[in-house]
Every structure is written in C-alpha cells, then in structure tokens.
Ligand binder design. Sequence first.
Ligand code: SAM
Length: 411
Amino acid sequence: MQLHIERLDDEGLGVSGRYRVPYTLPGEVVEPVRTFRKKRFIYVPEFRLVSPSPDRVPAKCPHYGVCGGCRLQHMSYKDQVRFKEEKLERILGFSVSVTPSPVIFGHRNRIDVVITPDGIGFRQFGSWWRVFDLEDCPVFGPRAGEAVSSLREYMDDHKLQPYNLKTHEGFLRYIVLREGKNTGEFMINLVTTEGGLPDPTPYFSADSIYHSVNNTLSDVSHGEPIRFWGAEYIKERLKEVLYLIHPNSFFQTNTYQAETLVTLVADHVDGETVLDLYSGVGTFSIFLAKRGFTVSGIEINPFSVDLARKNAELNGVSADFTVGKDSDVSDFKEYDTVIVDPPRAGLHPKLAKRLAESGPETLIYVSCNPKTYKRDLETLSNSYRLETVTGVDMFPHTPHVELFSVLRRRS
Ligand SMILES: C[S@@+](CC[C@H](N)C(=O)[O-])C[C@H]1O[C@@H](n2cnc3c(N)ncnc32)[C@H](O)[C@@H]1O
C-alpha cells in the first residue's frame, strides 16, 4: 500500500486520508511498515519513503525518524517557521508572524532521559514504553551524549537496574540534565525508586548532582530531591538577569528565545505598576524589576514563589511575590499592566470574564496553547483591542509555538 501525503496537520504529521505519518512532507509518497490505531486515526511511525519531496533537508540528529521529540528536522528552519505561521492562522483566523529562534541546535537547557531495560534515551513517536538508546541530542548539546555514556558505565560498574515501565521493577528511572546556556553551569538529577545511590561523582562532571526518589507508579521525572554533590542551584542568565535552577523548578526550556520573550514583555509594559499573574520562578517579574518597574507576582506553587524571591535577592531587586490563585486578585485596575502566562488550559472562563469587565489598561497575554488563547481572546475582544501579536518559536523542530500579545482596553 502507498500513501500520498496531502498536507501536514497542526501536530506536524503528514495527512493521507485517515493515516497520520510523522517525518513527512506534502507531496511525498510512503509505504507503511508499522502502524497503530488511536481513536479516529491510523498512525505510521515506520515507513519506507518511496518518493521524497525536493524540500526535504538532511536531519542533524542521528535519532531523527525514531525519536518522538524533534518531528520536523527534515524541514528547513525557514519552512518550520512558515508551518507554524500557517498553523497559527488556521487556529486564530488571522495571520501572525513567528519570530525564529536565534539558535536552533543546543538551545534546549533541559532534557529528561528515560532509563529502561530496552534503552536509555527518549520515547519513540507515539509510544510511552518504546525507548531508544541515545547517543547524542543536538538540541541539547554535547553534554547529553557524554552524560548518558557515563551513566551506562556507572550502571554497569554498580550493577544498577533500569526501571521497567510495564512491570514497575528496577531502580533507575530518569536522568534529568539541565544546563545554563549562558553560564555553562550543569546539573544532573538521578531519579530512582527507593534505595541508596552509589557515589556517582567519579562518573559525572557537573556543578550539581541530585538524587530524587520517585517511589510512585506515576511515570514522572521528579521526586523528593536530595543534593548529592555540589551546588544547591545552578544559574541561567537571560540578558543581564540571573535565575536559579533547582531540580524541581520550571524554567523556560529555550534560553535564547526566553531572552526574546522577556525582552518583548519588557518593551511592551506600560506605566509603572505590573502584576505578573502565574509568575512561576519570576522570569518576567525579576527582568521587569531590574528595569525599574514595580512588580507583584502571584503563583500557586509555593516552591516556585520561594525561588522567585531568591531570584529577586540574587539580582538585588525587590518584587512582591505571593502564593495564591489567579482568582485571588481583588482588583486588576490597581495595576497599569497585567501579564498573564497561564498553563496550557488557558484562563478560567470566570477570570477571562472578570478581565473583560474590569481589567487593566494593558494586558499582556503569553500563551503556550493557541487554541485556548483563541477562546480567551473571544471573551476579551469586546473590551480589548489586540494591538500586537507574534509567535515566538521556543521549540524548533517540533510543531509547538508560543504566543506573545498585547491587548489595550477599548475606551
Ligand atoms: C506557563 S507557567 C508560567 C511560568 C512563568 N511565566 C515563568 O516563566 O516562570 C504557568 C504557571 O502558572 C501556575 N499556576 C497554575 N494554576 C494557577 C492558578 N490557578 N493560579 C496561579 N498560578 C497558577 C503554575 O504553577 C505555573 O508556574
């Protein structure tokens, strides 16, 4: 059987009737080798490429075509950006330009490597249990291959068992690597089930080594972290601002585009007082405080708030961070600008309605999900005019795209 790829869907998969084929381009012809069905579609993770597109480019990663992470490495970066612009236009109903990432290899500051008896690496496309053996990860950089090869030696020498995702037996579950791209600092977090960890320090060269225990059945790459060696935090720098990174804290994964994003935010804030709602570890807040704005942050996760306060101290600025919910804000009009960067689910409908009824003059909406953004924009659009909107490509070689936008209250 041959499949003719008609177009790419929003996930970057080639569409041929009800077949969805990763790693393809419109106009290509493939012969399926392995398929699986999920809901309405038949996915084709393995195929023979019968007729390649002239637009296809060689992938840099040795694991391209197997790894479920970078699905678009066969597209030139220019075409990836165009794909994201077209996707945004389909979803939003108007055209939006996408700011390309200034760096498209070595840009990721975090990877979570899965440790299983079948392989130590990443999951294959469409599977939570098929893991291939990682040699190199060009989107992270050379330290990925080095750390995984040291991990193999460490496991061999100490007879450490990998964790079986199906039977839940074994010890080592994940190795999480984090690297401050602008500082060079490197953190390793070994995530295991309950048990003592033999000394990893002779094997790894890092500024900080943690051991985290996740004894639950849930397949997550974090747990109760215990510092094994080195620094409690590593640091990352965005322009002139330093941020602390801890095994259990979130940080924007593309350092270079995070710089684009914080600069966009700083350039569009109006007035003096700013509310950073969903402030996380204070990425926007600290950057703005450093530029002289009076900033308050609200964030539900106490650990992130603690880190945001530490980030303020580290940078010698003051910003007021509160542990709280988005619904706790009593008066949005107290602030000249409100920034919202909600999780993928977007704004709660009640909150979007409240902002529409009594929001600030300037609302900066940063979104990682264009679909929920579109929904929220509909609620806000009677009261707000969309002044600026741009895509920010945080995730080269994947179909994902972040949105930055500025809304001004209609008079
Ligand atoms: C997309 S992240 C924003 C990250 C932040 N801008 C940063 O760069 O660190 C969304 C944040 O919203 C927080 N959050 C989720 N639900 C919330 C709620 N109901 N109220 C306040 N914060 C919430 C999450 O803990 C997370 O830190």
